[in-house]
Design a protein around this ligand. Structure first.
Ligand code: MG
Length: 382
């Protein structure tokens, strides 16, 4: 029996690499649904190649173009985020790969969980914004959330077969392009400098988050929700080679790490085939050639976004949602050249002070919080 897959965000970095894994194992997987925001040409090419039941282009302006590109195929063509949510609910998929960018992934991911489909989660913002609600819904519906983020996959892999008490999760961070840069240099960094990640080839949003180290803050919150471990038991260590993808420390002092070359297809494959592993033609580690693996403590002063994430998670309620919304708006403004790189954490901090705090937010509160955080951040960007 083939596993039927729905990929939300199929033309992004994770989506493309997911289809590469599928392509290497056509006998195991079948594509049911592909969705994209704007990239009509790539979505049409993917649909021709993988012949899904349905495709959705979220930006309705491109519906006509997509329909005509696929007029000779039997794939059904839809438009709009409502179609994504509706199809996730009714389609016969075993696993939904949530690879949309940012907060927009929350609603379809919730729908996948509510309709009892396993979720391969690449969209960390979903858990940052609404971790309590998402994990509760997953538990109630007995739906597994399988991590695609490389750090969380590493922790998930290290936990396999263990009944021991977890003492600590150790998240590794590459340190990004500004690992050794001075405070002023980071503050005034250009778009081009911030988009140049030393080890990982990823989308623009996560690459900017890596440069500010907000990405590691988001991942700390993601790990806390995924594995039920409080922030005090999560350490972050800078590991520039990105060979150790993260570690778990147990109560006897043993540490288990998952290693490999930095290649997202490995954690994607593990989420899709769990509890099995599949052959993959990814690069292999050459230890003598590597020579050494090094580690250093993260610098919260040069990377204030990291301490904001700890602060937001400690505050609880909707604070991480405020932080996430403000970050999305600030990163967007930075990518458009409207603000300096160093303004990103400053704007987030101001939004965390200004936006309304809700102790036990409902899903509606979360949507309202996100809207408010984005608007407030946009005001600060002007
Ligand atoms: Mg990651």
């Amino acid at each position: 029996m083939k596993r039927k897959i729905a990929i939300l965000g199929s033309t992004g970095s994770i989506g493309v690499q997911t289809l590469d894994v599928v392509e290497q194992h056509r006998d195991m997987f079948e594509v049911e649904l592909l969705t994209a925001n704007n990239n009509v040409e790539l979505l049409a090419a993917q649909a021709r190649k993988f012949n899904p039941n349905s495709v959705v282009i979220c930006n309705g302006e491109h519906y006509g173009a997509l329909s005509s590109l696929l007029k000779d195929e039997d794939t059904k063509v839809f438009a709009g985020i409502d179609s994504v949510v509706g199809l996730v609910k009714i389609l016969n998929a075993d696993i939904v790969v949530a690879a949309m960018v940012g907060f927009s992934g929350l609603l379809p991911t919730m729908e996948a969980i509510k309709s009892g489909k396993a979720v391969a989660l690449a969209n960390k913002e979903t858990l940052v914004a609404a971790g309590a609600l998402v994990t509760k819904a997953a538990k109630e519906n007995k739906v597994p959330i399988l991590p695609v983020d490389s750090e969380h996959s590493a922790i998930f892999q290290s936990l396999q077969g263990e009944k021991a008490t977890v003492e600590k999760l150790i998240l590794t961070a590459s340190g990004g392009p500004f690992r050794n840069a001075g405070k002023d240099e980071i503050y005034n960094a250009t778009r081009e400098q911030a988009l140049k990640h030393p080890n990982w080839n990823m989308g623009a949003k996560v690459t900017i988050d890596s440069a500010s180290m907000m990405n590691k803050g988001l991942e700390m919150i993601e790990a806390s929700w995924l594995f039920g471990v409080p922030a005090e038991q999560i350490d972050i260590v800078v590991h520039p080679q990105s060979i150790i993808h993260s570690m778990v420390q147990f109560s006897d002092g043993s540490v288990k790490a998952q290693m490999g070359m930095p290649d997202m297809r490995v954690p994607i494959q593990y989420a899709l085939s769990y509890p099995y592993r599949l052959d993959l033609n990814t690069p292999r580690v050459d230890f003598p050639k590597l020579g050494e693996l090094t580690f250093q403590a993260p610098d919260m002063e040069r990377f204030p976004a990291l301490s904001l994430a700890f602060e937001a998670h400690r505050a609880g309620g909707n604070m991480a949602c405020i932080m996430n919304g403000a970050n999305e708006a600030a990163v967007n403004a930075f990518l458009k050249g409207r603000i300096l790189f160093g303004k990103i954490p400053e704007i987030i901090e101001k939004c965390m002070e200004k936006c309304s705090f809700v102790k036990n937010p409902s899903l509606e509160d979360i949507f309202e919080t996100h809207r408010q955080a984005v608007c407030t951040a946009q005001d600060f960007c002007r």
